[in-house]
Design a protein around this ligand. Structure first.
Ligand code: HEM
Length: 142
């Protein structure tokens, strides 16, 4: 399935105005449905919530600028190696991300929009995942 940037941008634009409600929903969904990843995150998530969604905004804004997009994803991926994130965590995060977008996107959420987001997330997971693997496991912090 290929990515339709128009559908991705339109649905993201419908979600964005809901602000911090969106990030709260995302983490609640993630920790309720995939409790195994809770321990990787700090106890208080306020800053973290903003950064994750700012990163998502940057990805959406650069969907058609492949070099920039890949650069952002490689940087993110190498930092995630240090957070204890593993390739097997990506489906959980993708599931909660799609559920959150679906919840807030209103009429812009169509089967085509969902398929495009799934394709975007596939690229994200592949690119971040290979950068994570290249960066190696998290250094132990004594
Ligand atoms: C769409 C994919 C993802 C995006 C856009 C994303 C984005 C971010 C951003 C922007 C940060 C803030 C720190 C930084 O910029 O390096 C962060 C931190 C973090 N991410 Fe992700 N992330 C993604 C996927 C994942 C996955 C699959 C996991 C694995 C469970 C994960 C776990 C974490 C953890 C544990 C932190 C640090 C949290 C803390 O400080 O408590 N992320 N992520």
């Amino acid at each position: 399935m290929s990515i339709d940037p128009v559908l991705v941008k339109r649905s993201f634009a419908a979600v964005e105005p809901h602000g911090s409600e969106v990030t709260a929903y995302f983490y609640r969904h993630l920790f309720d449905h995939h409790p195994g990843v809770r321990g990787l995150f700090a106890e208080h998530l306020d800053d973290q919530q903003d950064r994750l969604w700012a990163a998502l905004g940057a990805l959406v804004a650069n969907l058609e600028s492949t070099d920039t997009l890949v650069g952002i994803l490689r940087d993110l991926g190498s930092r995630h190696a240090g957070y204890g994130a593993l390739p097997e965590h990506f489906p959980a995060v993708g599931d909660s991300l799609i559920a959150t977008l679906r919840h807030y996107a209103g009429d812009t959420w169509t089967p085509e929009a969902e398929a495009s987001w799934a394709a975007v997330y596939g690229v994200v997971a592949d690119t971040m995942g290979s950068a994570m693997a290249a960066a190696g496991p998290a250094p132990s912090s004594g």
